[in-house]
Write a protein that binds this ligand. Structure first.
Ligand SMILES: [Fe+2]
Length: 192
C-alpha cells in the first residue's frame, strides 16, 4: 500500500510495515478495526500529498489511532472516544517501544492517539491529517443520508485541512450528486 504519494525512505517504509503488522496482530481477529485503520491510513497518505507534515509520524498515528478500543471495551465496557483516548496511549507506547522507536517519537504518536476524538486536540499538521482521514472514513456511514446543504455545512464545520475538505466534497457531494442524477435518469451528458 505504501507509498506512491508520499516520499519515504526504504527504512521508513520498513518501519511503517512493522507498525502495520503490530496493529494487525494487536487487533487479531477484529478485521473491521484493521480495515478501518488501513482505510484511514490510505486517506492520510492522500492528504499528505497536499500538506507539509511528517509522513512517518502521520502514518504511524493513522495505523494506531484506534488502538485503545480493545482496552476501552475490556475495562470500561465502551469504545466511547474518551475511553479510547485514555487507553490508547499506553498501548501505543508499548507497541512502539517493542519496535525500538525513539521516546520523543513515541510520545508524539501517543499524544495524537490520546486526543484523536478531541477537536483541535493537538495543534500540529499531523493531527489535522489524522482528524480528516478518520472523518473521511466515518462520514461514509452517515453523510449519504443527508441533503447536499447539510453535508456542506458538516464538512465546513468539521474538516481541518483544505485537502481533506476537497476529498470529502468530491466523495460526499460530487459523487453522491452524480449517483443521484443517475438514479433519476438524468445522467450527465458526458456519460450518455
Ligand atoms: Fe478511527
Amino acid at each position: 500500500m505504501l507509498n506512491l504519494l508520499v516520499n519515504t525512505s526504504p527504512e521508513q517504509k520498513a518501519f511503517l510495515a512493522k507498525v502495520r503488522l503490530a496493529m494487525e496482530q494487536y487487533f487479531g481477529e477484529d478485521q473491521r478495526r484493521i480495515d478501518h485503520a488501513l482505510q484511514v491510513t490510505r486517506y492520510a497518505e492522500e492528504i499528505l500529498a497536499y500538506i507539509e507534515a511528517d509522513p512517518v509520524l502521520t502514518l504511524t498515528s493513522a495505523y494506531l489511532h484506534d488502538i485503545g478500543i480493545p482496552e476501552a471495551e475490556r475495562k470500561h465496557g465502551s469504545n466511547a472516544g474518551n475511553w479510547q483516548e485514555l487507553e490508547g496511549p499506553p498501548v501505543t507506547r508499548d507497541l512502539l517501544a517493542r519496535l525500538g522507536s525513539e521516546p520523543s517519537f513515541v510520545e508524539q504518536v501517543a499524544d495524537i492517539v490520546g486526543h484523536h476524538h478531541t477537536s483541535c486536540g493537538v495543534d500540529s499538521p499531523e493531527f489535522r491529517v489524522i482528524w480528516d482521514a478518520d472523518a473521511l472514513v466515518n462520514f461514509a456511514e452517515v453523510l449519504p443520508e443527508k441533503s447536499k446543504e447539510q453535508i456542506e455545512n458538516i464538512l465546513q464545520d468539521h474538516m481541518e485541512t483544505e485537502a481533506g475538505f476537497r476529498i470529502a466534497s468530491r466523495i460526499f457531494i460530487q459523487d453522491t450528486e452524480s449517483h443521484r442524477r443517475c438514479l433519476k435518469g438524468h445522467r450527465p451528458a458526458i456519460l450518455l
